[in-house]
Design a binder for this molecule. Structure first.
Ligand SMILES: [Zn+2]
Length: 449
């Protein structure tokens, strides 16, 4: 018996995993392809841009320059611009705990060996850390690392993945009896990156992956937050060329961390500072006006060679090999302002305070930007003195909103845009600062008039 199993394993090793074999036909939208690779190389797939199903960023309708996104705050890495300031240069390594949720159909689709999960984590680290000697070496080191979650939200030991057999969920649909998969399966999305492998469908066919929104469009931390990846384009050795090197997850995690497609909104402005607020909001990605399949090394859409090797393109997995330095800064900025809780306990964050449970925290004001008034939330781990002060751009305190003893827990103060003398302040950017015995924390907000 044991010998037979060994033989079977040897055969599998020699032939490739049978469920992802190249010869298996696949039917999508009523059309049958000889293999997944045939589907990936088909005109339907490439021309419909099915490499990525992430929805377009949501802009407001403000006329003039590119507007802020709906939840665009603070402005340093909103959907309106990227601040290339050195304060966002990748510094301390940030470790993001990841949980992979494998959804399976009753017919065996969605199933892959556990070893594929580890190869996917390896690819993420090679690409985001630009590890020497790996395919990701040519890129910028973002100082972001990914680690399989070793404990679940309840503190129980975990291998870092879950498996669920559900036909609806595998097809990215709600189960009439059990609701949405993410409502059942998500691990606290404030603190874990949730990646789901399944069969994500779009109007044009099956897409390789998507995130439901940019963190700047939120709602960050809700159950639906996270990355989706087609089960057959997952991991380094999925056998389904040309999306068999794990770069779908690299690309979608890029969106999850605030990056736009390199071809977003056409060529944009080529020179600084306009290139920080047009197209992909990044100046050191060559301008591009359309996505590309394959690896067209000589393509040139906006007068420069196109950035076909960037992870935020649509090219083949083997073609991609980099994030740029400014993309790395936008990632750091996004984590700092939009996903501040997304790092492993005990690991130093990009900047600022430690885990929510252990220190005071200042929340982003809501709404922001704001007209008549806004609410500033903060939390205290223990009772003590706390103050909340509004500062102008020059750092001068213009309004003290609170200075008192507070019990432990969540608190909020409202600000109506007036100074300490009750006079309305001009429109523009202001800071607010929480000061406690542990230190201080600042955030930005925008006053509209
Ligand atoms: Zn995309």
């Amino acid at each position: 018996m044991r010998l037979h199993r060994l033989v079977a394993i040897a055969l599998l090793a020699a032939c490739g995993w049978p469920l992802t074999a190249r010869s298996e036909p696949v039917t999508i939208k009523g059309k049958t392809y000889a293999s997944w690779t045939d589907y990936f190389r088909s005109a339907e797939f490439i021309q419909n841009g099915l490499r990525c199903g992430t929805p377009e960023p949501v802009w407001s309708s403000t006329p003039g320059s590119k507007p802020e996104g709906v939840a665009a705050s603070p402005g340093d890495c909103s959907l309106g611009l990227t601040n290339p300031s050195g304060e966002y240069q990748p510094g301390s390594v940030v470790v993001i705990p990841v949980v992979f949720h494998r959804l399976e159909s009753a017919t065996g689709q969605g199933v892959f060996p556990d070893s594929l999960v580890r190869t996917q984590v390896d690819v993420l680290n090679e690409d985001y850390r630009a590890i020497a000697g790996t395919p990701g070496a040519p890129g910028e080191d973002t100082r972001i690392e990914f680690r399989l979650a070793t404990t679940d939200p309840g503190g129980n030991p975990s291998p870092g993945w879950t498996r669920t057999l559900n036909e609806f969920w595998f097809n990215d649909q709600p189960d009439p009896l059990n609701g949405n998969y993410y409502d059942e399966l998500a691990w606290d999305p404030f603190h874990y990156l949730n990646v789901y492998t399944l069969s994500p469908e779009a109007p044009g066919g099956v897409v390789l992956g998507y995130v439901p929104w940019f963190p700047q469009n939120g709602p960050v931390g809700s159950n639906e937050d996270g990355v989706r990846c087609l089960w057959n384009a997952f991991g380094r050795t999925s056998a389904n060329a040309p999306y068999d090197k794990g770069r779908t997850v690299t690309h979608e995690v890029g969106h999850y961390l605030g990056l736009l497609h390199t071809f977003q909104d056409g060529c944009g402005t080529a020179t600084q500072p306009g290139c920080f607020s047009t197209a992909d909001l990044i100046c050191d990605t060559e301008p591009d006006d359309q996505f590309h399949g394959g690896c067209p090394v000589n393509s040139s859409g906006c007068g420069d060679p196109d950035p076909i090797r960037n992870y935020m393109e649509y090219t083949d997995d083997l073609c991609m090999n980099n994030f740029t330095p400014q993309q790395a800064r936008r990632i750091v900025c996004t984590i700092r302002h939009y996903r501040p809780d997304l790092y492993e306990a005990g690991i130093v964050a990009v900047s600022g305070p430690g885990p929510r449970a252990a220190t005071s925290r200042l929340a982003q004001n809501v709404p922001n930007p704001f007209g008549p008034s806004t609410e500033l939330g903060f939390s205290l781990p223990s009772a003590g003195r706390a103050s909340v002060v509004v500062l102008d751009l020059g750092g001068r305190a213009v309004r003290t909103l609170a200075s008192a003893l507070f019990p432990a827990g969540q608190h909020s103060v409202r600000w109506d845009g007036t100074d300490d003398r009750g006079q309305r302040l001009a429109a523009g950017v202001y800071f607010y600062r929480l000061v406690t015995a542990e230190g201080s924390e600042n955030r930005r907000m925008i006053v509209l008039r």
